[in-house]
Ligand binder design. Structure first.
Ligand SMILES: Nc1ncnc2c1ncn2[C@@H]1O[C@H](COP(=O)(O)OP(=O)(O)OP(=O)(O)O)[C@@H](O)[C@H]1O
Length: 606
């Protein structure tokens, strides 16, 4: 039963490796990939063949030494030189082509996963899903994890580190295994023919074991492999855990860097230090367990390797001393035993790497599976959205939920026609931003139908600006070269940022360098540059003084008005109301007539 479970585990692992590997060997690069693979296999086989020739050389060479035959000695040295030369060429190209395959495979796989991660908001939905504690609604949230299902953490680690590890381990270990098998097959034959048989007598019956040395090698390595497996088994789990804890530690270091200013203002250094220390200590604690296990394993494999040097001599010595074999044959036996033992102990020697390979494969498989699910879900969502592009902002029978299952809105029907500038208001936390996310088509826990006109832009509460030249931050996500300097400067001037017009080529971390108000004006400059017909603005001017707010709202309103669209804004200040014609007010529902917490009341702004 345990054996059946183990083999099922093993088959699952093989399927996972194949599932992750085959796409590359069937991709557009397939011919290059397959040619490299075939070349590497051929070089591995050639290397084993060279070892067989060198083993045969051993016998002739040591016999010449024992017979003090200098002519044969020198001829054999000459033979050794050219055998060694060929071996070196094979070794060099085997190394080079193996590396080439690994690097090409890594490049292809990283790009493929990266593209899928950045397709259809998979990166966003996976982050949302990671903290989700409740079931997603039946529709609209396809692809989100079920409750209790583990969502892959730290996608950055998977893309940067795991793909690299997986491709190098898969090539390295599968070639190592191939080498071991071919070496085993070749040298078992040699060892068998050299080793003679072992005869003994029990109870008057004579028994003879042919190929005695082969059985000794099998016994030796069999015992070694079983012991290694038992000593090293915990390494698989420990390796997996180590990668996770290290990534966790790194993730929090990055967060401190990202929020350095807020932490400094809060004087949160001590807390951060404690939090980071907890994570680091946890990584360290696991690492200590890991090295303690590795120590045992190294101790055992070193003992096993050392004992293997003398073991064949001990077994074959009686035949040498009785004169049954010459020194040459003894050395050939020792070298063949060494090869057979080496091949049989491949598992023992690579236990650590195999454990890490399994952990890497496990992590990449869950990441890939999550991506497949997300990509499928987002294709459906995009198809649905494409079918619903309309000339107005519309929501029909819209229900908004939170990941934990709380229903914010239920069955809301909303409409904003061209020119119908709308202000969304409601208490903090009532779901205004979530409504906007749903209208923009990115909130997975939304059901019903939403339609958004083409040429719509969203100004989020926390706009994003990539590091680099200011012109890139302004044009994002378009290319800066799509706009002339005059257009960029005009947009900055219109957004009340004349001070930045001379800095278009300055490179900086704009999210950190610009003040909150400057960032909001830069986000508005982006809209003024691109001139969309519809603008959804979430607290787009909350950090500005009233005069600037009025000025920019006027510009946004007239921009959308002239382009045949409208403005839909979330804003708390009453002074922005005059720029809108209608109000969507999120009102708390008292008395529990539905399970939703809020309803939307629409009214005209007079
Ligand atoms: N990713 C998320 N996971 C879980 N809960 C969320 C998530 N995003 C928002 N929420 C919750 O949804 C509710 C509505 O949030 P939302 O940001 O839409 O409110 P809001 O009305 O825009 O608030 P504010 O006026 O303060 O900006 C809040 O209770 C918030 O905690």
């Amino acid at each position: 039963m345990r054996l059946a479970a183990k083999s099922a585990h093993f088959m699952r692992f093989v399927r996972q490796v194949l599932h992750l590997s085959l796409p590359y060997f069937n991709s557009t690069e397939k011919w290059k990939a397959r040619a490299l693979l075939v070349a590497i296999i051929a070089l591995n086989l050639a290397a084993v063949y060279m070892l067989v020739l060198l083993n045969e050389w051993n016998r002739v060479f040591y016999d010449a030494l024992q017979n003090k035959d200098s002519a044969v000695f020198w001829t054999q040295l000459g033979r050794f030189t050219y055998l060694a030369m060929i071996f070196i060429v094979i070794a060099v190209y085997r190394f080079y082509l193996t590396q080439l395959l690994q690097v090409r495979w890594r490049a292809w796989m990283t790009r493929d996963l990266m593209r899928r991660w950045l397709t259809g908001q998979a990166f966003y939905r996976m982050e949302l899903g990671r903290y989700a504690g409740a079931p997603a609604p039946d529709t609209g949230a396809a692809g989100l994890p079920e409750p209790g299902q583990r969502v892959p953490d730290n996608p950055d680690q998977r893309l940067q580190e795991d793909v690299n590890l997986f491709t190098s381990q898969t090539v390295g270990l599968s070639m190592g295994a191939l080498n071991a098998v071919v070496t085993l097959v070749s040298f078992v034959g040699i060892l068998w023919s050299l080793s003679g048989s072992f005869s003994f007598n029990i109870g008057g019956h004579d028994f003879t074991i042919p190929g005695f040395m082969v059985w000794m090698a099998v016994l030796y390595c069999g015992v070694g492999s079983v012991l290694t497996h038992y000593i090293g088994r915990p390494l698989i789990g420990l390796n997996f855990e180590q990668q996770k804890r290290e990534a966790d530690f790194r993730h929090h270091l990055v967060r401190v860097r990202e929020y350095s200013e807020s932490i400094a203002l809060d004087k949160g250094e001590a807390v951060e230090n404690r939090n980071l220390d907890t994570r680091f200590t946890s990584a360290l604690a696991n690492y200590l367990k890991l090295i303690a296990k590795q120590k045992q394993l190294v101790g055992f494999t070193a003992l096993f390797g050392q004992a293997a040097t003398v073991f064949p001599f001990i077994i074959a010595a009686p035949r040498f001393f009785s004169g049954a074999i010459q020194l040459g044959e003894l050395m050939q036996i020792s070298s063949a035993f060494d090869r057979v033992q080496g091949a049989l102990s491949w598992f023992v020697d690579n236990y650590d790497s195999l454990a890490s390979w399994r952990a890497t494969t496990e992590r990449l498989t869950s990441f890939e599976a999550a991506l497949s699910k997300q990509n499928q879900a987002s294709t459906q969502a995009q198809q649905a959205q494409a079918a619903m592009n309309s000339g107005a902002i519309e929501a029909q029978d819209l229900t908004l939920q939170l990941p934990a299952g709380v229903t914010l809105l239920q069955g809301a029907t909303l409409h904003a026609a061209p020119g119908e500038h709308t202000l969304v208001q409601g208490p903090s936390g009532s779901g205004k931003s979530t409504l906007l996310r749903a209208l923009a088509g990115i909130w997975p826990w939304a059901t019903g139908r939403v339609a958004l006109p083409p040429r719509t832009m969203v100004i989020p509460q926390r706009p994003y600006f990539p590091d680099g030249a200011l012109r890139g931050a302004l044009a994002y996500p378009d290319n800066a070269s799509d706009y002339t300097d005059d257009q960029l400067k005009q947009a900055l001037n219109d957004a009340l940022l004349p001070g930045l017009t001379g800095r278009l080529d300055d490179r900086d971390n704009w999210t950190q360098k610009l003040s909150g108000g400057e960032q909001q004006r830069l986000a508005i400059a982006r809209v003024l540059l691109k001139k969309p017909a519809w603008v959804l603005a979430d607290e787009a001017t909350s950090a500005l003084d009233m005069a600037a707010e009025q000025n920019l709202y006027e510009k946004l309103r007239s921009l959308t008005q002239h382009a045949g669209g409208a403005l839909l804004s979330i804003a708390h200040r009453p002074t922005v109301a005059p720029f809108h014609l209608r109000r969507w007010q999120l009102q708390p529902i008292e008395g529990g007539e539905t399970s939703a917490r809020y309803r939307v009341e629409t009214s005209a702004i007079t």
